[in-house]
Design a protein. Structure first.
Length: 486
């Protein structure tokens, strides 16, 4: 524990939904839900307006629609979110060389290591300045927590939401934590909380008073000991500048179960290509390919194959994933597929580029050597090889996802409000325009094309010399000592 609150935790407010509202003037101040829109989709983020109806992250989308039928339901635009995240992380990097990103919208910063704060007053100033810089550069708001440890800084930012700042003065940790529910502490999920409740412990103070021996008896040595230390406000974990990813993976849940083996294989190959794109974007390679299959009955199977060395060759990953699929029974249907790569490295084993070609050559030789007597009739072959066809509505939804950007030759930039019955509805507006008009087109209109997201702030303020020359802090919800004023 530090004697000064120089660990900062930033958490952007309802990040995906707020970014969509900033990009779409007609949605500002209205409930917005971002996530998968299919029958099996889940909520990724809900705006604060949608949360008033009870919508929250990880909720099934069907339930969210029942709670907030008039909300705007949008498919995520990760290209936009990553761009904004990069802007935010660049600002954090100016505060300290020790920045620990937890996700696109969340990070720890060691202000002491950067020499930007060394006491309560300077930490509060830099926290306020950071919030102002983020708003000026991205148009979005973030909540800031400041404390002497990572655990307390994260708790502080959560208490400060939305658009606030909370500083926990060292020495006040026990008093602040005591009345909070046990779920406040990291590592306490629903199952652990229920186990503790049955033992008569519902608040952090209950845990602290129970003693370490009792928590070890209930939860085991590692978990019980760590939980007692956290309940006492003790957390010595350092801010780590690089959190080395152990794997890269992508997965898709399908609206309806896939039964056709050819369609399943094509989806696996598509996911493999997406996985490699992420690998290359991170300048990494991997040695082990992992296939994940969730079947119609929710049983989940994983298969893996370790290659001769690290690779980022899409053909190698695609063919390895296809080989793994051959060992999985998909007869009853598939509801989810995933492809991942583990054993990451920052180099590529060059001889692997020849591996795919060698295996294709061997397969061709084997095919030419085998008789075709058991191939079946042409009709049977066609029935086996013909993949499941997507409906026109599914094709339209895939090409024109709700919320994604488009450009029309006559009307300019807009975003998709929805599609169906051979039509796509578009609202034409930009981040800095007034709410735009809505127009409807055929889904094959040659004038309508997908487009890249526009910047949320057209001309952001110049913060090239920040933090030294940042303007004076704005007024806002600021507090210290364990009380937040939202």
């Amino acid at each position: 524990m530090r004697s000064a609150p120089t660990i900062l935790h930033l958490d952007m407010d309802a990040f995906y939904a707020s970014a969509e509202q900033a990009a779409k003037p007609s949605l500002r101040g209205k409930p917005v839900v971002v996530g998968g829109l299919g029958p099996r989709g889940v909520v990724a983020t809900a705006s604060y307006e949608a949360r008033r109806f009870g919508v929250h992250s990880a909720m099934p989308m069907a339930q969210a629609r029942r709670l907030a039928p008039n909300a705007a339901y949008l498919v995520p635009r990760f290209a936009l979110y990553r761009t904004v995240s990069d802007q935010v992380m660049e600002l954090l990097g100016r505060l300290s060389p020790l920045v620990e990103p937890l996700s696109l919208d969340e990070a720890f910063v060691d202000l002491e290591a950067g020499g930007t704060a060394d006491d309560t007053a300077s930490a509060l100033v830099i926290g306020e300045q950071l919030r102002e810089a983020i708003e000026a550069v991205t148009g979005l708001s973030g909540s800031v927590g400041l404390a002497g440890s990572k655990m307390l800084a994260k708790i502080a930012s959560e208490e400060a939401k939305p658009d606030g700042i909370l500083l926990i003065e060292p020495g006040t940790e026990r008093e602040l934590l005591a009345p909070m529910p046990v779920r406040t502490l990291p590592g306490v999920g629903p199952a652990t909380a229920d186990h503790l409740r049955r033992a008569g412990m519902t608040t952090v103070n209950d845990l602290a008073e129970a003693g370490e021996a009792e928590l070890v008896r209930l939860l085991g040595k590692a978990h019980g000991g760590a939980l007692h230390r956290m309940a006492s406000g003790q957390d010595d974990r350092p801010v780590v500048s690089e959190r080395d990813a152990k794997s890269v993976s992508v997965e898709d849940t399908f609206d309806t179960d896939l039964h056709d083996r050819v369609r399943v294989r094509s989806e696996v190959e598509r996911l493999a290509d997406r996985c490699v794109q992420r690998l290359r974007a991170a300048s990494r390679s991997g040695r082990t390919v992992v296939l994940k299959v969730r079947r119609y009955d929710f049983s989940t199977l994983t298969r893996s194959e370790t290659l001769r060395g690290p690779t980022d060759d899409p053909t190698v990953v695609r063919e390895a994933a296809a080989r793994l699929l051959e060992s999985v029974d998909t007869t009853g249907g598939v509801r989810l597929l995933g492809v991942g790569v583990t054993g990451l490295a920052d180099f590529t084993q060059e001889d692997l580029f020849a591996q795919a070609a060698d295996e294709r050559t061997a397969a061709e030789l084997a095919l030419n050597a085998e008789p075709a007597a058991d191939a079946g009739t042409e009709e049977e072959q066609a029935r086996h090889e013909e993949p499941e066809q997507e409906s026109a509505e599914q094709l339209a939804a895939r090409r024109w996802p709700a919320g994604h950007d488009v450009r029309h030759g006559a009307y300019g930039h807009g975003w998709v409000q929805g599609s169906g019955v051979g039509r796509v509805t578009v609202r034409f507006e930009e981040p800095e325009s007034a709410p735009g008009r809505v127009r409807t087109f055929r889904i094959d209109d040659p004038e309508l094309q997908p487009a890249d997201p526009l910047p949320l702030v057209r001309d952001p303020a110049d913060y090239s010399s920040w933090p030294a020359s940042l303007p004076k802090s704005r007024s806002g919800p600021v507090s210290s000592g364990g009380e937040s004023r939202p």
